[in-house]
Design a protein around this ligand. Structure first.
Ligand code: URA
Length: 294
């Protein structure tokens, strides 16, 4: 199926000329519109039509009201323009970003995030970039993403793929642990505002690392990257794109920690097999059969 933006744009302009200010779109349409928008913003509108063909086409799941303005600008985009990166190679650029994140005003001004900044870990020139939601208690203590129980699960998954965390680039959408009252070891999901405030960093990280594939770990990270509210079960099973880079959504390792069912482990593992296939990694019969019930 080929999707051209032109008829859509002129139709929306007609509606606007008639005084209409809102249209209803479902989450799948939002994914496609977001791709158009991101590509146009990157000055690469020519490839939109081609890439739109590979986007998943599903029956509408839910309806939501979306306001269209003449020049759509997301909060993260506004903040991104204040973020300029210096440095020669990828490692220096990531280090420069890390320093800027320490005092990042849009995040600090929210007043809902804790003080300690946790940036990223791993290889800034990796083929595989993994993105989680936000640091938790353990990550804040060690100032490194994915070092708690979920991180250990992630290490096991990577090992089963024949990778380790040093070969990959691991980061989070939000660079500070979300605060709670009377907080001890308990963590909470970041809010939309918290994620929007830190989006410029993940956008810059992607453009510096230029991975071959991004793995969004869990719904929260996927929602921030894809700009939708679909369930993980709906987003997994096909490749999406983020700034033109292939993106696979899978379950958060902590979901697997809390749901030990073999069928759920197999779903996550099937996503990883797809990633391995996409990267041209060898997949043994033993790897193919992990978590298959006889
Ligand atoms: N969960 C995440 O999403 N990120 C971390 O760094 C740790 C747990």
């Amino acid at each position: 199926m080929s999707i051209s933006a032109e008829p859509l744009v002129s139709y929306l302009r007609q509606l606007q000329a008639m005084g209409q200010t809102h249209v209803s779109v479902d989450d799948d349409a939002r994914l496609i519109l977001r791709e158009f928008y991101m590509r146009a913003r990157a000055g690469n509108a020519a490839v939109v039509e081609k890439e739109a063909q590979s986007l998943p086409v599903r029956q509408p799941e839910s309806k939501s009201e979306v306001k269209f303005s003449e020049t759509p600008v997301e909060p993260a985009t506004l903040a991104a323009s204040a973020l300029t990166v210096s440095g020669g190679n990828a490692r220096e650029k990531i280090e420069n970003l890390r320093q800027q994140a320490e005092k990042w005003k849009p995040a600090r001004d929210l007043g809902s995030l804790r003080q300690t900044m946790v940036f990223s870990t791993g290889n800034p020139e990796a083929d595989v970039m993994l993105v989680g939601e936000a640091p938790g208690f353990d990550e804040e203590r060690l100032r490194e993403p994915f070092v708690g129980k979920a991180g250990q699960k992630l290490d096991n998954i990577l090992r089963a793929m024949g990778l380790d965390r040093k070969q990959c680039y691991l980061s989070n959408i939000v660079k500070f642990r979300p605060a709670m009252s009377n907080q001890t070891t308990n963590n909470r999901k970041p809010t939309k505002d918290e994620m929007a405030s830190c989006m410029p960093f993940i956008e810059q990280e992607v453009s510096i690392v230029e991975p071959k594939v991004i793995i969004a770990l869990g719904g929260t990270a996927a929602h921030a990257l894809l700009g939708c509210d679909l369930a993980v079960a709906k987003m997994r099973g096909s490749f999406h794109t983020f700034h033109g880079i292939a993106l696979r959504v899978t379950y958060h390792p902590s979901y697997i920690l809390h749901n030990e069912a073999t069928s759920e482990k197999r779903k996550l593992w099937e996503d990883m097999l797809e990633v391995m296939g996409f990267l041209g990694m060898p997949v043994s019969d033993k790897q193919k059969s992990f978590f298959l019930t006889k």
